[in-house]
Design a protein around this ligand. Structure first.
Ligand code: NAD
Length: 288
């Protein structure tokens, strides 16, 4: 029987832990506080930012979404971030991507100060991942961190496994390749220019798809030995307007050992990681 790697039981357990931790911080004078900067009204971004706020509030943290118009000027945008970086009462800040075209040239990873960079995009946080020297002062990108948490919670072995990741973005594929490597897996990072991806994925124990094409991964990517674990990062819309992943779940599920669903797989793990990072950033203030 294929194991469905649902995030639901993990979410339940981790929410309990996060609520306790948040209560402890509040009792010690630190009320975890996240600021989310949203520029424009991209429908998906509106949904994602609302979910982040809801989750923070569920665990007892504060979260404000600062919404700027689609044409917000660069000066205002940068001033808001500087204000957040300097505000001792704010512990985490994220800039919701994508930014409108006129701001997309900005090096977003360097804007939020590293100690408030709960998205894990700052060069120093990325370097900690790259060099496998992650301490409590560092934040790991939320989706890659969430994927590793999910696999560990389900006792999926990572060490000595062959992993194929499809997608080489800075927010998913590249940091995830480092994390798997840090856990002693052997990783092949595939992308749009990789020839014969199916030959690679068929040979791997774990396949991660982070591409953004609905139902791209079908049975032709799978070994059919029922021994592979498939992680679907994709958040796409199908022809009926429904949320779906990169993996054709119905066609693939009976041919693998384990698979994440969409929705209810990687997406919630990303928000859990964000909340964990926020509480860590808040806890780091205790020792100051
Ligand atoms: P991106 O657009 O930055 O990168 C896509 C990657 O896919 C690129 O590296 C590209 O080379 C590769 N690619 C494109 N077409 C390909 C093909 N035909 N074959 C192989 N590789 C191909 O995307 P991203 O920001 O990493 O996001 C990828 C997907 O993951 C999107 O659907 C996004 O919505 C989703 N996402 C989900 C979460 C979550 O929490 N579940 C978080 C981040 C991103």
């Amino acid at each position: 029987m294929t194991q469905i790697l649902s995030s639901a039981p993990i979410k339940k357990k981790i929410i309990k832990e996060l609520k306790t931790e948040c209560k402890f911080l509040i009792e010690n004078g630190i009320h975890p506080y996240l600021k989310v900067i949203l520029v424009g009204n991209n429908p998906a971004s509106l949904v994602y930012t609302a979910s982040k706020k809801k989750f923070c509030e569920k665990i007892g943290a504060k979260c404000d979404i600062i919404t700027l118009g689609e044409n917000a000027d660069q000066k205002t945008f940068l001033e808001i971030i500087t204000g957040i970086n300097q505000d001792p009462n704010v512990h985490g800040c994220i800039i919701q991507l994508p930014l409108p075209a006129h701001l997309s040239h900005l090096d977003v990873g360097k804007l939020v100060s590293e100690e408030k960079d709960v998205d894990g995009f700052h060069p120093n946080n990325l370097y900690a991942v790259l060099s496998n020297q992650i301490s409590t002062d560092h934040f790991v990108s939320c989706t890659p961190k969430g994927i590793i948490t999910l696999l560990m919670e389900y006792n999926v072995e990572i060490a000595n496994k062959r992993v194929a990741i499809i997608g080489r973005s800075m927010i998913v594929g590249k940091p995830l390749a480092c994390l798997f490597t840090n856990h002693d897996a052997t990783v092949t990072l595939c992308h749009s220019k990789t020839p014969n991806i199916r030959e690679i994925t068929k040979e791997c124990d774990i396949i991660v798809s982070a591409v953004g094409i609905a139902h791209l991964i079908d049975q032709s990517f799978i070994s059919n030995k029922k021994n592979q674990v498939v992680i679907d990062v994709g958040m796409n819309t199908d022809t009926n307007g429904q949320l779906c992943g990169d993996v054709d779940f119905e066609k693939v599920k009976d041919h693998v050992l384990a698979i994440t669903p969409v929705p209810g797989g990687v997406g919630p793990m990303t928000i859990i990681s964000l909340a964990q990072n926020l509480l860590q950033a808040s806890k780091n203030r205790l020792s100051l």
